[in-house]
Design a protein around this ligand. Structure first.
Ligand code: GRF
Length: 220
């Protein structure tokens, strides 16, 4: 049975698109039951609607405080009974209601090699620091900012002419492969989320890990 998921977004939804495309191609055994956003203007909502996926907007400013917003979000997500909650460009920190409702079952994609460069502007932080490689991380969400257990990472080079946007675009190409691959790994039992993250060796795709030189060449 396909893994039932709810996807939380705040923006463009290119990761959402990648998940849906991978599912269509049979590469991600997932059933996207709902797309929920904290922003009405999130372009990914339109994409979800065009695929007949139920959508919901839960705005922080409509609640007395973050705790009430977080509780409403948890209730809205729970209505769809997901086995996994995926933060795909969701730009808010979750509170205790969400974390307690889906313990160890929320994952996030972050545009840096955690634990380096958490929080906003991961690519800009990498450029400023002068690192020669960066990439993306899929991790379990806990109550901190990008601090939960790491599930998977993919690496890209930081090229001499990179600014934050150019590096971010290159990182996103890998996000679009890594995030669906992790979800598929969870769906097929090759990645176990719980008190501890367990990954079967056969989940690893060497092609994904070797993507960085190829991506550098494609840009030349
Ligand atoms: C991604 O780069 C992700 O790492 C970060 O937010 C961005 C979302 O992009 N958390 P999109 O909305 O999926 O296009």
């Amino acid at each position: 049975m396909a893994l039932p998921v709810a996807i939380l977004i705040s923006g463009t939804g290119s990761n959402l698109r990648a998940i849906l495309d991978a599912a269509d191609a049979g590469a991600c055994d997932v059933e996207v039951r709902a797309v929920i956003s904290d922003r009405e203007s999130a372009a990914g909502l339109e994409l979800a609607r065009s695929r007949d996926i139920p959508t919901r907007v839960i705005k922080l400013k409509e609640f007395a405080d973050r705790a009430h917003w977080d509780a409403a979000l948890a209730a809205a997500v729970a209505e769809h009974a997901p086995s996994l909650v995926v933060l795909a460009g969701f730009m808010r920190v979750l509170g205790t209601a969400m974390i307690a409702r889906f313990p160890g079952r929320i994952i996030n994609v972050h545009p840096a090699l955690l634990p380096l460069f958490p929080g906003i502007d991961g690519p800009a932080q990498a450029v400023r620091a002068g690192v020669r490689v960066s990439g993306c991380t899929v991790h379990v969400v806990d109550s901190g900012v990008d601090t939960g257990p790491i599930i998977a990472q993919a690496v890209v080079p930081v090229l001499p002419a990179d600014d934050a946007d150019r590096l971010h675009r290159r990182i996103q190409q890998l996000e679009h492969r890594l995030l669906p691959a992790v979800i598929d790994g969870v769906a097929r039992g090759r990645i176990e989320l719980g008190d501890e993250v367990r990954i079967a060796e056969r989940w690893f795709d060497p092609a994904a890990m070797l993507a960085s030189p190829a991506l550098a060449l494609e840009e030349k």
